[in-house]
Design a protein around this ligand. Structure first.
Ligand SMILES: C[S@@+](CC[C@H](N)C(=O)[O-])C[C@H]1O[C@@H](n2cnc3c(N)ncnc32)[C@H](O)[C@@H]1O
Length: 240
């Protein structure tokens, strides 16, 4: 796995994009920047494993390099499921395809270049939206989630993971500090942390956990629950 050193530079920071350079180091970037990334994927697999039925389709919206779907296709292989990963970054999808071929999963997962805001699907058993909603313009999130809700069958499940802010500013600062300490322990320098933070300004726009939950309830999900939280990272499950 190529090491992420993208922000180890004092050069003026450009707006963060999911381009080729990012795709090349993305797996290392997530592994070292998203706390409990692998555990959230395992929990996602467990939750979906209990709700999916034979022949269901599972969508991963903003699938990046396909790590989650590759794991699910392995763990849930006896349910005859269809796996579809959508992303609008060609560089990410190229990497996903290469990984799928490397693990002999090329025929088990479909990867497609699409804008998830404009995607239409129906009767899905599961939708995964891990660390992607935060990159969609806040004003478009409710309409987008309505579309996701409509795309699920009755009893279908959405997994939503996000970086969040706290409503209390003191806790927000303390949680943020815990996150920076985490990144330092994972080998990022202060320069790298500061440069990436600037690149993500107004690109990654986090809401609070409550705001995310409220949106899910407003679009119609009947049940919403938190299944994971680490300081300012939250994973929710919602059932139609
Ligand atoms: C932080 S990454 C998601 C990580 C991935 N879900 C995982 O858990 O490994 C966000 C992804 O969303 C994609 N993305 C952002 N906006 C999108 C859009 N409008 N349509 C499709 N993909 C989008 C980006 O290209 C990127 O690959």
């Amino acid at each position: 796995m190529a090491r992420d050193t993208l922000f180890n530079t004092t050069a003026p920071v450009e707006k963060f994009e999911f381009n080729e350079q990012v795709a090349e180091v993305f797996d290392d970037m997530l592994d070292r920047s998203v706390p409990f990334y692998k555990q959230v994927i395992e929990m996602t697999a467990q939750i979906l494993g209990r709700s999916l039925v034979e022949g269901d389709t599972v969508y991963d919206l903003g699938c990046s390099t396909g790590t989650t779907l590759l794991h699910l296709a392995r763990i849930l292989e006896n349910k005859n499921l269809e796996f579809i990963g959508l992303d609008n970054s060609k560089a990410m999808l190229d990497k996903a395809l290469r990984k799928a071929q490397m693990f002999s999963m090329g025929d088990r997962i479909v990867f497609s270049e699409q804008d998830i805001i404009r995607t239409d699907f129906s009767r899905a058993g599961g939708v995964i939206l891990n660390y992607t909603l935060q990159f969609i313009s806040p004003g478009m999130r409710l309409e987008f989630l309505k579309n996701v809700y409509r795309g699920l069958r009755h009893g279908g499940v959405l997994i939503l993971s996000e970086k969040v802010i706290c409503e209390d500013t003191v806790f927000n600062d303390r949680f943020q500090e815990s996150y920076y300490q985490y990144k330092k322990r994972r080998g990022y320098s202060e320069l790298e942390i500061a440069q990436k933070r600037e690149a993500l300004e107004n690109v990654l726009v986090p809401l609070s956990s409550r705001e995310n939950k409220d949106m899910l309830l407003r679009v119609g999900f009947s049940r919403v629950e938190t299944f994971f939280r680490w300081f300012n990272f939250v994973s929710l499950v919602a059932s139609r």
